[in-house]
Design a protein around this ligand. Structure first.
Ligand SMILES: Nc1nc2c(ncn2[C@@H]2O[C@H](COP(=O)(O)OP(=O)(O)OP(=O)(O)O)[C@@H](O)[C@H]2O)c(=O)[nH]1
Ligand SMILES: [Mg+2]
Length: 324
């Protein structure tokens, strides 16, 4: 989860997982990544509450932790002590570079995720969405360096920078070892770009009108929820699961019921070979065939080999070669 301060990230974590995270009605409460585990139909999904991204896109909103705002004093730790509050990476009042450094840590962590939840405040959702996007871009903008070991006849710095800009790449080291064309260069970019699946979660829909909720709910890749009223949280988890594109496979030993409480979680379109690797590293060598029950089977049980593609909730029994 990434998002601006006070949009409700810690609350979402607390609602969806067993973990307790510091929740407070003031900003800067979460200063390190707090993990929680969502239990979903036997699968465990790790949810990370990342610190609010703050500095770059909202320079006007930077304030000292004890500065007066909205007529009230903003406390910094649970006890109002700026130095308290667990594993904070920076102080409450951060310099721009410090904040930026933390922002980069947030982005770096987010990039390792299988799905990024952009948590937004419904009352301010459109603005936050745009700012967050800008912010993430800005954090990435560490510059482009270009080198070439050969004479380039079809590309120059201006063209390369222009193309990278079109692809929203602001942080790159580009090395040419051949006289590449524009098409060659684009092929390389398209091949190396990794798209992070992302879901926009508009929280606090209890604070906006029904018409507004309806509008936000129709935005692409978006969900509307209210932690306060417990609205749509189940559907959020369903949606997270769907977007992760994982399937549950129940393994079974001979003459025993399937291990329904302990599914193997694999990516959609995984094969029996992937299942073998997931169960035990030696299984692949001793594999004879697999017996398969479930929607991917033509009849149950079906005898299948390594290349068979499994589907959600298939039951698999691996039959090993006899030891002779
Ligand atoms: N009205 C309303 N308030 C909410 C909702 N969800 C969270 N809040 C409140 O919003 C405030 C901030 O919530 P947090 O969960 O601490 O927000 P955060 O995004 O973790 O904030 P930082 O850790 O500072 O980045 C708290 O007072 C919550 O009770 C909601 O659905 N509706
Ligand atoms: Mg928090």
């Amino acid at each position: 989860m990434v998002g601006f301060p006070s949009v409700g990230k810690s609350t979402v974590l607390n609602k969806l997982t067993e973990t307790r995270s510091a929740v407070a009605s003031y900003e800067f409460t979460t200063l390190c990544a707090i993990p929680g585990v969502i239990q979903y139909k036997g699968a465990k999904i790790q949810l990370l509450d990342l610190p609010g991204i703050i500095e770059v896109a909202l320079p006007a909103r930077r304030f000292h932790p004890l500065e007066e705002r909205d007529g009230g004093l903003i406390p910094t730790g649970a006890d109002g002590d700026p130095s308290s509050g667990g594993c904070r990476l920076g102080g409450g009042a951060q310099g721009a570079s410090e904040g930026k450094g933390r922002g980069r840590q947030v982005v770096a962590t987010a990039k390792t995720a299988d799905l990024v939840l952009m948590i937004l405040d419904a009352a301010n959702g459109d603005v936050q969405k745009r700012l967050l996007q800008q912010e993430l871009d800005a954090l990435e903008r560490r510059g482009i360096r270009m080198n070439s070991s050969v004479q380039l006849t079809q590309l120059n710095e201006r063209i390369v920078f222009g193309i990278l800009h079109d692809y929203h790449i602001f942080n790159a080291e580009v090395n040419f070892h051949e006289d590449a064309s524009v098409d060659d260069f684009i092929d390389v970019i398209e091949g190396t770009r990794v798209y992070l699946p992302c879901l926009y979660v508009f929280n606090k829909i209890d604070t906006v009108t029904l018409e507004e909720v309806d509008r936000l709910a129709r935005e692409p890749d978006s969900m509307v929820v209210s932690c306060e009223w417990g609205l749509n949280l189940d559907r959020l988890v369903d949606r997270i699961w769907r977007q992760l594109d994982l399937v549950r496979i129940y393994t079974k030993k001979r003459a025993q019921p399937p291990a329904f409480n302990e599914p193997l979680i694999v990516r959609r379109h995984s094969t029996i070979l992937d299942i073998c690797r997931g169960v035990h590293r030696t299984l692949q060598d001793n594999f004879k065939y697999a017996l398969l029950w479930g929607t991917s089977a033509k009849y149950s049980p079906q005898r299948v080999g390594f290349s068979h593609v499994v589907e959600d909730e298939d039951v698999v029994q691996i039959v090993k070669k006899s030891n002779n």
